[in-house]
Structure formats: C-alpha cells, structure tokens
Design a protein around this ligand. Structure first.
Ligand code: AMP
Length: 116
C-alpha cells in the first residue's frame, strides 16, 4: 500500500493533522488542503474502500452514512439551502489521487460546469 493509499487512514487516526468539520462512528469529514471552492470538505468512511463502486458493492449502509454526512456538512457549512456539489472521483480520467473513497462537498459560491 503506497503513502497515498494510507493518507486518509492516517488523518482519521489523528497521525496527520486535519481541520475536522464533523465526525461520527463511521465517517470523518475535514477541509480539503487545496480547496477548489469556498467550501470544500472531504467526507471519508472510516473503513477503507478503494472507490465508490467498491463501497457501494461492499457496504451500502456505509455509503448511505457517507451521503448523510455530506448533507450534515452542508448544513454545518451553511450551504444546504444555497446548493452544493458532491463528487466521487474514480481512477485515472477523473484524477483520483487518494485511493480511500471520499466525497468532495463543494459550494459556498456559484460553481462552474464540470467535465472536460
Ligand atoms: P482525489 O483527487 O479525488 O483523490 O482527492 C484527493 C483530495 O485530497 C484532493 O482534493 C487533495 O487536495 C486532498 N488532500 C490531499 N492531502 C490532504 C491533506 N493532508 N489534508 C486534506 N486534504 C488533502
């Protein structure tokens, strides 16, 4: 397992500092170190799956927890009403760099289109 693969496990364990936004039994949410919008928070299941597909197949309840935490983050950050985007990058073309599934919660301003 490379450093990139263990980064979020080390953040969850508190071995690498992070700016926590929310935590419960199964998920951990913290600010992205290189924000792509005024609000940019990552939501990570504490149990590691490589990507969204593996999480959905392996533990649908945990996926529901991630979705629920994304909603809570939006409420905490005051963007639940103004709107926000939830993104799961998966593998190469999407630019996934950390292979511990995570939802990006983006908002706090008008977001651009995405894709190419
Ligand atoms: P992805 O490219 O979808 O795999 O997203 C990985 C995200 O993790 C990127 O948006 C990075 O900016 C973010 N990131 C990398 N290292 C850290 C860190 N130590 N603390 C917070 N966010 C990080």
């Amino acid at each position: 397992m490379s450093d990139a693969e263990t980064l979020f496990e080390r953040i969850i364990a508190g071995e690498i500092p992070s700016e926590k936004v929310y935590e419960d039994e199964t998920t951990y949410a913290f600010r992205d170190i290189a924000p792509q919008a005024r609000v940019h928070v990552l939501v990570v299941p504490k149990k590691r799956y490589r990507n969204l597909a593996e999480l959905a197949a392996g533990d649908p309840r945990l996926l529901a927890d991630v979705a629920s935490t994304a909603r809570k983050v939006a409420e905490i950050e005051g963007i639940a009403e103004s709107g926000y985007r939830v993104v799961f990058n998966t593998d190469g073309d999407a630019g996934q760099t950390v292979f511990h599934v995570h939802a990006h919660v983006l908002g706090g301003e008008q977001l651009g289109h995405f894709g190419r």
